[in-house]
Design a protein around this ligand. Structure first.
Ligand SMILES: Cc1cc2nc3c(=O)[nH]c(=O)nc-3n(C[C@H](O)[C@H](O)[C@H](O)COP(=O)(O)OP(=O)(O)OC[C@H]3O[C@@H](n4cnc5c(N)ncnc54)[C@H](O)[C@@H]3O)c2cc1C
Length: 659
């Protein structure tokens, strides 16, 4: 029988059974009962900011990451910026407006109260980061500069050239380092969490693998926080860093943490198109480029055909023959419609045959108008490193003049196409960011909390840092308050031994399959299935086919995988095999959720449910809830529970970006 979830599940009383473990208990230092231990898994923006803040507040923090330094977490990839409602542009922005835009951008599927809190703390984040010395771009007069991102008609995005994530992470890292120095945070780099340990229904520690020695180690704490990022790499090709994985989140799910809204996957409209089947990574061209770049395809199908055959170039097509389809369809927001809308519009044009490269799966992003208006210098100041990155990958420099028609200069346009980028779904958390397992918290991209069915650009960094600096450090104390009198458990408890044994046995299983296929070859096939059947356009029939194919491929994984080497020492292939095992669980979860949601909303587009104009058609009467899934064992369908959404401040309506 499915449960109805409430956004606030109290942690509950300390179980009587605790007394049984007395022999194992390491008593809390009676002189300072507030010296509690917290495990934080992840050193991206969410994890590093949380670990630094918890350390500063006096907790003993054990902070883990798979990279050799916290500074190499995936968060450094973030290019475009971070939102805040400072209203420095005096353009009518406010906390309410940021809140409203975010709920609307998420297609009215986010939890309203969480989003309001997010908008409220957004301004504190900027102050915090400026105090840390983050070099945000500034106006000539010294004021912090802003640019616009999709789904907003104000300029509220703070940025540091095209390296915002890296600069913010360096800021968080400096705070973290201060706590390492103060011995409040202990860093465990090149460690991977393989399992969460539950004792009497509470998260009490983790099993982590030292990725260099291959040894499994046990860690116990009063609470566990996971900040391990999203599951976009389930699709194999994505804009995420190659190391991004969902193993920690999936293990928590297997241990009883509910997983919310897995089908809400974001497909970003401006990525460098796929150009061959040997690729293992896709590259994002930041959404910030849509401030000055205009997206178009030819108006005439014969021009599109010529582009596809390579007999014509984009810059040979004059202004009057270009279809700036976003400006045409959405006059109020133009090129700055939210990502789900822009991605679908690109797919629609390409499906109709108007794609502009040899695969027919690309549209142009063109800077001719803005370079002519502002000059190349200004454009380079804004996007220099992005132009260079594009040139390095494609050998085309978007600032090169290529043609002149009727006195108008035409520059070489970028080619872009939608790609998997971000996952709005994640571990279900209550308002305090606690999962359905007491003592286990989830923050940043790995929780489902704030973005509904579609995340607006520059809001992930805002959410990660809001969670890490301003929400979790306070809410976790409500849980830890009753932990002050309860001791941290020993890692000798049978629960730890059993969890470690299982992880070890799993590694043996994977190594002993001794089949013929590499991890990557199976992962790539999984990615094809995901993109084809669980991607940008989904149907009930396609999802069922996708599930069947995933099931068959998982069997192939279980019987024909080849993992070289041993579990001792460094074995990257073994680590990847563990990740792939969990991508299978995740892929099926995404498909089950997508199949159960008979509506289209945000990034979840079911082709059966669309308006005549091809827009997402929601069904608020039946699907106005957070879909929460409970693991029921390998090969079994997970069970759906629902958290009904309640909106008090915002009227739920159909999204409109046209006027
Ligand atoms: C190319 C690109 C550009 C982007 N640009 C922007 C932008 O401009 N603005 C914006 O708001 N958002 C942007 N985003 C999204 C944003 O970068 C991410 O959502 C955000 O950085 C996620 O932060 P996080 O801390 O939750 O996770 P991550 O940064 O992914 O960090 C995860 C951490 O968990 C650790 N980890 C993972 N698994 C384990 C495990 N099992 N054991 C131990 N450690 C583990 C990793 O080592 C890492 O430290 C962009 C994303 C991409 C891909």
């Amino acid at each position: 029988m499915a449960k109805v979830l409430d956004s606030k599940i109290p942690a509950g009383p300390v179980p009587e059974k605790w007394k049984e473990y007395k022999a194992h208990q390491r008593l809390v230092n009676p002189k300072n009962k507030l010296k509690l231990d917290v495990i934080v898994v992840g050193t991206g923006l969410a994890g590093a900011s949380a670990a630094a803040s918890l350390g500063e507040m006096g907790f003993n923090v054990f902070n883990f990451c798979i990279q050799d330094s916290p500074r190499r977490a995936h968060s450094i990839a973030a290019q475009g910026g971070i939102n805040a409602a400072k209203c420095y542009q005096n353009d009518g922005d406010s906390v309410y407006r940021l809140f409203y835009d975010t709920v609307k951008g998420g297609d009215y599927r986010a939890r309203e109260a969480n989003v309001y809190r997010l908008a409220e703390v957004s301004n504190n984040i900027i102050d915090q980061c400026v105090a840390q010395g983050v070099p945000f771009a500034r106006e000539y007069g010294g004021m912090l500069a802003n640019r616009s991102f999709g789904g907003a008609q104000v300029s509220r995005t703070f940025y540091a050239k095209g390296q915002t994530g890296q600069q913010l992470l360096l800021g968080a890292y400096s705070s973290l380092s201060a706590q390492v120095q103060a011995k409040k945070v202990k860093l465990f780099t090149r460690y991977e969490m393989e399992d969460v340990v539950i004792v009497d229904g509470r998260a009490r520690g983790i099993i982590a693998k030292n990725l260099v020695t291959g040894k499994l180690e046990r860690f116990s704490a009063n609470a566990v926080v996971i900040a391990t990022g999203g599951y976009g790499n389930t699709y194999f090709l994505s804009t995420n860093a190659m190391g991004c994985n969902c193993t920690a989140a999936v293990q928590c799910y297997r241990k009883g943490a509910m997983f919310a809204n897995p089908s809400y996957v974001q497909i970003h409209p401006t990525c460098i198109p796929v150009h061959g089947d040997k690729q293992s990574k896709l590259t994002l061209m930041s959404e910030s480029l849509r401030n000055d770049g205009r997206i178009w395809v030819p108006k005439k199908i014969e021009d599109a055909k010529a582009l596809q055959q390579g007999t014509k170039q984009g810059w040979e097509i004059p202004e009057e023959d270009r279809d700036y389809y976003l400006e045409r369809r959405y006059p109020a927001f133009g090129n700055l419609v939210p990502r789900d809308v822009a991605s679908r519009a690109a797919k629609e044009r390409c499906d109709k045959g108007f794609g502009v490269n040899n695969t027919g799966l690309a549209v142009f992003l063109d800077f001719s108008e803005s370079i002519n208006r502002l000059g190349l210098d200004v454009i380079m100041q804004r996007y220099g490193n992005l132009f260079e990155m594009y040139e390095e990958i494609t050998d085309v420099f978007p600032g090169d003049v290529a043609n002149e028609i009727n006195g108008v200069k035409y520059y070489k346009p970028m080619m872009i196409y939608p790609a998997i980028h971000y996952t709005m779904g994640g571990i279900w958390v209550d308002y305090e960011l606690q999962t359905t397992i007491p003592g286990l918290f989830a923050i940043g991209e790995c929780n489902f909390s704030d973005h509904g069915a579609n995340r607006l650009g520059a809001s992930a960094l805002m959410q990660g840092l809001a969670d890490g600096y301003f929400v979790l450090p306070y809410t976790i104390q409500n849980y830890l308050a009753d932990q002050a009198v309860w001791p941290k458990v020993s890692t000798d408890l049978p629960e730890f031994a059993e969890a470690e044994k299982k992880v070890d046995a799993e590694m043996d299983r994977l190594l002993n399959i001794k089949g013929k296929r590499s991890v990557d070859s199976i992962h790539k096939e999984l990615g094809h299935i995901m993109w084809e059947y669980v991607g940008m356009g989904r149907t009930a029939e396609g999802l069922k086919t996708g599930l069947k194919k995933m099931h068959d491929l998982e069997k192939e994984f279980d019987t024909n995988l080849f993992v070289p080497g041993t579990k001792e020492g460094l074995n990257v292939e073994l680590d990847k095999a563990i990740h792939l095992r969990d991508f299978f669980t995740m892929g099926q979860l995404v498909a089950f959720d997508a199949l159960s949601r008979n509506e289209s909303c945000g990034g979840h587009f079911r082709e059966e449910y669309q308006t005549e104009e091809g827009e997402a058609k929601r069904d608020d009467e039946h699907y106005f809830y957070v879909g929460c899934w409970e693991y029921k064992g390998k090969g079994n369908e997970p069970e759906l529970s629902k958290e009904p959404l309640e909106y008090e401040a915002i009227k739920v309506q159909t999204r409109n970006y046209k006027n």
